[in-house]
Design a protein around this ligand. Structure first.
Ligand code: PNS
Length: 163
């Protein structure tokens, strides 16, 4: 049977333990998994794309069939260019579903041959999002246990560059 390559796209600003959990699950399901960071201009990201890629590479180093890449423009164009068969997305709670369903159906309209596969992260991470991690951290709260230690370290450096 042909190898199944899946793309796990996102902003990953920053990668959380929920993302990492999903990457590990995806890596067991697919032959190859490409974690793809969107490079379209966003306003005020905490980490540059290069920083996000580096943190993703470091934190997924132990997972052999996972690679990290960047993309811009339409996800389906990138997926086709990579020869992927599937798009991996995480659904944490009911509230994610509407947005994810819309994206999956739009992507299917654009590229009917690509399947979107939804996985759920471990229960412990169902409330964790990059946006909340950024917000909690920017206001001095602890994000310990919610992001990999490397990310926690890099967040501290962002707030306190000389530390
Ligand atoms: O982690 P995020 O920010 O929820 O990821 C969203 C992402 C990157 C998957 C989505 O915005 C995306 O695919 N953007 C690329 C542009 C595109 O293809 N848009 C149409 C999707 S229906």
């Amino acid at each position: 049977m042909a190898e199944i390559l899946a793309i796990y796209p996102g902003s990953f600003d920053p990668i959380t333990n929920g993302h990492l959990d999903l990457i590990e699950r995806g890596s067991r399901l697919f032959d190859r998994l490409v974690v793809a960071v969107l490079t379209n201009l966003e306003k005020d990201p905490v980490f540059t794309v290069a920083e996000r890629v580096e943190m993703l590479q470091e934190t997924t180093r132990a997972v052999p069939n996972v690679t990290v890449d960047t993309f811009h423009g339409l996800l389906v164009d990138y997926a086709r260019q990579r020869g992927a068969q599937a798009i991996l997305r995480g659904i944490r709670a009911f509230t994610d579903y509407e947005y994810e369903l819309q994206m999956a159906l739009m992507n299917r309209k654009l590229a009917p041959e690509l399947e979107t596969v939804f996985l759920t992260p471990a229960l412990a991470y169902t409330y964790v999002s990059s946006r909340l991690v950024r917000e909690v951290f920017q206001h001095g709260g602890s994000v310990s246990g919610l992001v990999p230690p490397l990310v926690e370290e890099r967040l501290k450096q962002k707030l306190n560059p000389k530390s």
